[in-house]
Design a protein around this ligand. Sequence first.
Ligand code: BEZ
Length: 211
Amino acid sequence: MAIRLGDVAPDFTAETTMGPINFHEWLGDSWGILFSHPADFTPVCTTELGTVASLKEQFDARNVKTIAVSVDGLDSHNKWVPDINEVNKVTMNYPIIADEDRKVALLYDMIHPNASEKATVRSVFIIGSDKKVKLTLTYPASTGRNFDEILRVIDSLQLTSNHSVATPANWQDGDDCIIVPSIKDEEIPAKFPKGHKVVKPYLRTTPQPNK
Ligand code: BEZ
């Protein structure tokens, strides 16, 4: 069964390169990104895992923990990590789940048999501090993901949850935001003291509240 936005992220226990974890306990009060890759010792994956390690400060600033998963074993992961470090000039700083029995892959519907019978596709799940799934994304094996876009989505999600604003097409940090439709016109001055514009009665914008 596919996981849908708003579902509670399925919990599991697993072996990882940083020891055994219970997923929900490991998340604690943080947001989380669970992302799968097809296999260890493959080119695109090597760049992706290193890129995520290099963005640790950015994820920490947003209270987000990252965790990768593939159906390879712990031995294989541990042998691959030095390559990730060398190629990307990083030190791996988050766990990789060893999902040899495909427990996590099946729980999160990460194996798409018409793409590959054996390997996980490139799935991403952004999970809120309430353990609910906020974004799902599926990329093919041959396309590395854009983790700047993942950070941009996290910023947008956190703005919505903390400040009742949405973000327009191609929004970037610092751009004006959209006041969510559930806020009544009369509530706007108190809630958005930086001012607002009414572009259409249903499209009201305000400077980014947390800037
Ligand atoms: C990979 O690096 O995982 C990959 C590269 C090309 C095609 C498929 C997968």
